[in-house]
Ligand binder design. Structure first.
Ligand code: IVH
Length: 667
């Protein structure tokens, strides 16, 4: 037995050494077949003598037992994110702020690996736990999947206890191979290596994760007390020495000019890397200086992520499609020749409104430049007029609603064209979709497709009809099984208990947003009291303006609406405020209890919508920037508020970042 134990030890050492050379140093000293042979020998021994199999045996790389779920675990210290810079000016401001605060600094420039952040815990030199970032406070325990990544040492040579953080990623070669395989099996390919890496680490079967050929670059040590380093570069060298994989394209530079040169180099060379990067991370090198600068709520003040400009591609505009929203607004959408941009195939992009099409003189048939705002929302940037085919005409919006044929009007002071026919089918369907949406009645499973079918089969004509649906109405629909029907009917039944503000918002009363619905429900408590309220009373409430007051009263006075409310009551739809006070709103941790200022021109949503959404997340939206401001969201042409925020070192987001965060939270 002693002999076998010795052999097991020798096999561990050899396999760890070969694995390290291959996966960390990228410089194998033996052919793959030699590694495989030794691994096979170890597997055989462990099968014959299970007591000799240890948790850090190289055989665990093939993946262990299937798990039922991932446990949620709190991080010892929050996993923060980084502030962003999109251009040289923003980087220079970052540098200036730092020099004002701590004097001259040296910077570490690192590639910003496009994967997902992971935290790895070592106790007495053994890898014991690996977590995802999660919401920054709580992550998921994906230890078993991480053990399959060869670049992560299961054991290091010194009995140290510490946490390292880094980025798990899928090399481009693994990504291409994986997608080829998926396509061969008629499966949906992954959009990009980052999604593929995230999907792989969320596999409950570690054997599947093991097949995905992921890797990792470690970039930080959570607590420096056990580490001999006093600088970021020293910490990375120390990680190298301990056998971790770090990224060797890093560079220490003397000043911001060095940073800019590094950025330029990698902007030109990023395509040659065997993995994706989405920017450059710049960190103050000296740990003491880092500590002096400290952190905002969300990110270190001593580091910033420079993001590469959004990828722009050229394609053809095949058509402009018009859709009618719930309030009758006509929105033009660009129908594009499908093209890959920033990792996904794009075939549609919003054109927002008629003015935008005219200003940019975008014509059907044009070659157009497309990008993704905030790397998420596809957008037509401009037409390439030099390539314009002959015979195209400037685009003009129709004069009549494409759905109901009613004349379209342009309301004074608004850019949008509107169909004002209250019986317009397209609007009614959109109204139904709005009624079941998350912030309204939140009926899960009642998607656009189902609503369209139910409306066109005349099963539902108004929102109340939803509560009259039966199994017989739903079963004949496309792709509807009895299980799905049961779930849907249960979701509809559950929605009846919603607090009054959900119903109010869901009714789609003009100008009545989420916040004002909350205010009205909290104040009047029942629908019956609201039905009696006068315009004068409403305008006296803080937050309720003339237009809204008039709109609410006119709406509720309407006999058809009164009948609709009765119809809802007959099905026991709750008409009472259920008492959750604004102060009890759960909100999202990124926004809850934060003081936030909106400034500059926002493009994708109005200030009002942005504030309402932020308040719903538990934030306080104020108008001036002070030392207590936690976050400034800056649109175009932001002026003195932005300057002030920079002076205070307040965290600043662009509108794109904000919209991306909204999407992330609501997805
Ligand atoms: S340092 C306090 N260095 O970029 C956060 N992050 O928001 C310190 N990332 O998801 C992060 N490469 O996982 C750092 N060389 C690098 C990085 C890097 C990629 C990711 C990180 C996080 C995001 C920053």
């Amino acid at each position: 037995m002693d002999n076998i134990q010795n052999r097991v030890k020798a096999l561990h050492d050899l396999l760890n050494q070969y694995g390290y050379e291959y996966y960390v140093q990228d410089n194998p000293s033996v052919p793959d077949s030699e590694y495989d042979k030794l691994l096979r020998e170890l597997i055989d021994i462990e099968e014959a003598h299970p007591e000799l199999k240890s948790p850090d045996s190289p055989t665990v790389r093939v993946g262990g037992e299937v798990q039922s779920s991932f446990e949620k675990v709190n991080h010892d210290t929050p996993m923060l994110s980084l502030g962003n810079a999109f251009n040289e000016q923003e980087l220079r401001r970052f540098d200036q702020r730092i020099r004002e605060q701590v004097g001259k600094v040296e910077y570490m420039c690192e590639l910003k690996i496009d994967g997902l952040a992971v935290s790895l815990k070592y106790v007495d030199g053994r890898f014991v736990q690996g977590l995802t970032r999660g919401d920054g406070t709580t992550g998921e325990d994906i230890t078993e999947n991480l053990r399959t990544i060869h670049a992560i040492p299961l054991k290091i040579n010194e009995p140290l206890s510490f946490e390292v953080r880094g980025e798990a990623y899928m090399p481009r070669s693994s990504f291409i191979r994986l997608n080829e395989e998926k396509e061969k099996n008629d499966e949906q390919p992954f959009a990009n290596p980052r999604n593929a890496a995230a999907g792989s680490l969320r596999q409950l079967d570690p054997k599947l994760a093991a097949k995905r050929k992921l890797s990792v670059f470690l970039y930080s040590v959570n607590d420096f007390t056990d580490f001999k380093a006093t600088t970021q570069s020293g910490a990375l060298d120390e990680l190298d020495r301990l056998g971790f994989k770090t990224n060797h394209e890093r560079a220490r530079v003397d000043d911001i000019e060095g940073v800019l040169a590094y950025i330029e180099k990698w902007t030109n060379q990023r395509e040659q890397l065997p993995y994706d990067i989405d920017g450059i991370v710049i960190k103050v090198n000296d740990i003491e200086q880092q500590d002096e600068m400290g952190y905002t709520q969300k990110s270190p003040r001593w580091a910033i992520a420079y993001k590469f400009p959004a990828e722009e591609v050229v394609t053809t505009l095949q058509d402009i499609e018009l859709s009618i929203g719930r309030t009758g607004v006509v929105t033009p959408t660009a129908i594009l020749n499908p093209v890959r941009v920033a990792g996904t195939t794009v075939s549609r992009a919003s054109l927002h409104n008629e003015d935008l099409i005219r200003e940019r003189d975008i014509r059907i048939g044009d070659s157009v430049v497309v990008k993704k705002a905030g790397d998420i929302i596809p957008e037509v940037v401009r037409s390439i007029t030099e390539r314009r085919p002959e015979g195209t005409l400037p685009y003009s919006m129709p004069t009549h609603c494409p759905s109901c044929g009613h004349e379209l009007v342009r309301i004074e002071g608004e850019v949008a064209l509107r169909c004002i026919n209250p019986k317009c089918q397209a609007q009614l369907v959109e109204g139904l979709i709005h009624f079941v949406s998350r912030q309204a009645m939140n009926i899960d499973g009642l998607g656009t497709k189902i609503i369209q079918q139910l409306y066109h089969h005349e099963v539902i004509k108004d929102v109340a009809d939803i509560f009259y649906l039966t199994e017989d109405d739903l079963l004949p629909l496309e792709r509807m099984g009895s299980k799905k029907v049961d779930n849907l009917l249960k979701a509809i039944d559950d929605a009846k208990a919603n607090s009054l503000e959900h119903l109010l918002f869901g009714l789609g009363i003009r100008h009545l947003g989420v916040k004002a619905s909350q205010v009205l429900a909290e104040k009047y408590e029942t629908m019956d009291r609201l039905l009696e309220v006068t315009e004068e009373e409403l305008v006296s409430i803080h937050d309720i303006g003339d237009k809204l007051a008039q709109s609410v009263v006119t709406y509720l006075e309407n006999e058809d609406i009164k009948a609709l409310i009765e119809k809802l009551k007959n099905k026991d739809v709750n008409m009472v405020y259920n008492g959750i006070k604004t102060s009890d709103i759960e909100g999202h941790p990124d926004f809850k209890d934060k003081t936030i200022v909106l400034t500059g021109k926002l493009q994708q949503l109005t200030r009002k919508e942005a504030s309402a959404w932020l308040e719903l997340q538990g934030a306080k939206v104020t108008s001036s920037v002070t030392k207590n401001t936690d976050l400034v969201i800056a649109g175009e042409d932001a002026g003195s508020k932005l300057t002030k925020a920079e002076k205070f070192g307040t965290e600043i987001w662009t509108e794109e970042q904000f919209v991306a965060k909204q999407n992330e939270i609501s997805s």
